[in-house]
Design a protein around this ligand. Structure first.
Ligand code: BDR
Ligand code: CA
Length: 314
């Protein structure tokens, strides 16, 4: 039976590919998409979710907008990586996929209540919506199967030397999720930097020859260009789709069980994930933390998803 999933995201180039993978793969039953401020403002990430669904022909999946700012502190966006639109690169027409009239928390609530089985939440942006949901609806936590998130790192950060973007944007929200007692799987930068969209990888999308694949080529071209410029990397890490790829193929990523604490007060380290890989703190493990990724299998999944969604356009 397919895994029922809600994506909570801030598209974002890599979020966009996660939507494509979740919609395309028969192992996933994509129930809803909710959006959050992160890579760009809420207005832009919500528009981008509708754009991605429109170009990929993803219809009938409700999309609802969530929080436009973190629980605490200022709004931060990642224009230097994702551009002014949050999804720079391709030209998009106006989306035809509608916006659900409910807010994200209401859509998550309704979706959990309507589904006969517990649902997996997959956040790939700041954890604001998810934390707000856990605070607002504590009686519904038994309807959540697990939380599989992209964020944090066992190593260093990408937004400050210590902090990864999603956690840095809303550390209090991340703390609420990681201390919720729910099963949490964390796929962080140390894992996502093993799946770089290099020129060779991008050429595989170009070779598909469908209009959707052309848009994917343009998205990855822009994304890789930014990572080359900002970080000197030979390609862009396709962070977010590691979440759904792990659900689809549980052996694709190796994990260690560990305690993850979020730094809330550090002068230079706010938003860092302090991962106790060797159990030296005595704190109980609260997450499965990704370590090693089979990059070849990952890219086969992503290319396969783009082909499956776009094949009828060929
Ligand atoms: C995370 O931040 C965003 O830029 C990406 O979409 C990803 O979710 C990586 O740090
Ligand atoms: Ca994201």
């Amino acid at each position: 039976m397919a895994i029922p999933v809600i994506l909570d995201c801030d598209p974002g180039h890599d979020d966009a590919f996660n939507i494509l993978l979740a919609a395309a793969h028969p192992t996933i039953d994509l129930l809803a998409i909710t959006t959050v401020a992160g890579n760009q403002t809420l207005e832009k990430t919500t528009l981008n979710a509708r754009r991605v669904c429109t170009v990929a022909g993803i219809e009938g999946v409700p999309i609802a907008a969530g929080r436009d700012r973190p629980l605490h502190g200022p709004v931060r966006v990642a224009a230097s990586i994702h551009g002014e639109s949050g999804l720079d690169g391709p030209g998009f027409k106006d989306p035809t996929v509608p916006l659900d009239r409910r807010d994200a928390l209401t859509l998550i609530r309704d979706t959990l209540l309507a589904h006969p089985r517990p649902v997996t939440l997959v956040p790939t942006g700041p954890l604001t919506n998810i934390a707000a949901f856990l605070l607002a609806y504590p009686q519904l936590t038994d309807r959540i199967e697990r939380i599989v998130l992209m964020g944090g790192s066992t190593d260093r950060g990408n937004t400050t030397p210590a902090a990864e973007f999603n956690i840095h944007c809303d550390p209090e929200a991340a703390d609420i999720v990681l201390t919720s007692g729910l099963p949490v799987t964390m796929l962080g930068l140390n894992a996502s930097h093993q799946v770089l969209a290099t020129e060779d990888v991008i050429a595989r999308f170009t070779a598909l020859g469908t209009p959707l694949a052309d848009i994917c080529t343009e998205m990855l071209g822009f994304f890789a260009g930014r990572y080359r410029e900002v970080f000197g990397l030979p390609g862009a890490p396709l962070h977010d789709p590691l979440t759904v790829a792990h659900l689809v193929d549980p052996d694709l990523v190796t994990f260690v069980r560990a305690n993850v604490a979020v730094e809330l007060t550090g002068t230079h380290t706010r938003g860092a994930t302090v991962v106790d890989l060797h159990g030296v703190t005595g704190r109980a493990p609260n997450a499965d933390v990704a370590t090693v990724v089979d990059a070849g299998r990952f890219w086969d999944l992503i290319v396969g998803a783009v082909w499956a969604l776009g094949a009828h356009q060929a």
